[in-house]
Design a protein around this ligand. Sequence first.
Ligand code: ATP
Ligand code: MG
Length: 392
Amino acid sequence: MFTAFLIKYAEIGIKGRNRYLFEDALVHQIKFALKKCDGEFLIHKTQGRIYVDAQSEFDFDEVVAQLKTVFGISGICPVVHVEDEGFEKLCDTVIKYLADVYPDRNKTFKVAARRARKNYPKDSMTINMDMGEAILKAYPEMKVDVHDPDIMLNVEIREKIYIYSEIIPGPGGMPVGTGGKAMLLLSGGIDSPVAGYMIAKRGVKIDAVYFHAPPYTSERAKQKVVDLARLVSRYTGPINLHVINFTDIQLYIYEKCPHEELTIIMRRYMMRIAEHIAKESDCLGLITGESIGQVASQTMASLVATNEVCELPVYRPLIGFDKQEIVEVSEKIGTYETSIQPFEDCCTIFVAKHPVTKPNVNVIRRHEQNLDEKIEQLVQKALETDEVILVE
Ligand code: ATP
Ligand code: MG
């Protein structure tokens, strides 16, 4: 019965030119999301509102599920469109609508009419009153409450008449594309996909980089990262996933540096390479899934050591999250089941028994000097292995 959706978005703070950018980006993202659904849809902005009009048959649940992935949408209102065939006919339609949508009608309601087409014979106040009366007559169990109704029955008089009363919550946030681009360090774990989701939610477009270490990490481990990128791309739009072969760098660090510093030095090289690719891809920041104290390489002291090798800001949206809180988000966004598949990631192979938890930056720098010029060649070589996979 529903033939359209009214898209609600938070308008606070988006005035003037920004408002157009916000709305245009939102329309663009909605179009992208609905490409994956069966059916034809017309997405249009009319008088400061965004509507999705179905032009053909469609699967309601599928469309709602897709709209729930579009950042910037705060609410999704399913709309019934009817032709204007006079006020009495409209009241009959509304009465039938209430029966269909609310099997239990022991509820309070309010009619909120809006006369966008001014030649309609009744003004909005009159519509509210007359339609309210017709509803009460049809359903004596219902009551009017103009302050806090259970059902806010919206009736918009346009070329056609729009009826809606339900608001399905959207994901909130800002439309992707309104906030620049950042490079996500994406591993096969639980945390980094969630980190990418959270930054994208603020309107930031995402590219990603994965460091793999064949033969220590398998093709299957790489496929898992591609799968995770695909799950994240449901929300972010297409992701360019850079896969970098990190094996030689890792082996060389293993050979030359104290094993308890291995993770931290490896992490520094990951950040350097990620930053290089980020700058080439016009990214304005890096994103990681780190959270303070989660493992040895994520203590405050370790974060100082990993941070100092790059100039771009490093965004760590999970920094204050407990593992359980991160797991909850990953379940909500649908990455958890994939993240827990048991494939080694490149750090688990080379982990030391007793990694440093309070690395001293000066000591780390000194030990990195053991790597001399050869490491620059290896970094160059690793960059040449960059395989870009477009994930969407
Ligand atoms: P995750 O669940 O995201 O794997 P984690 O708890 O396993 O995180 P670490 O392995 O210490 O934590 O990694 C910290 C962060 O460093 C990750 O969240 C990710 O952003 C980045 N990272 C780690 N390994 C890789 C990798 N192989 N490729 C790309 N990024 C990585
Ligand atoms: Mg990991």
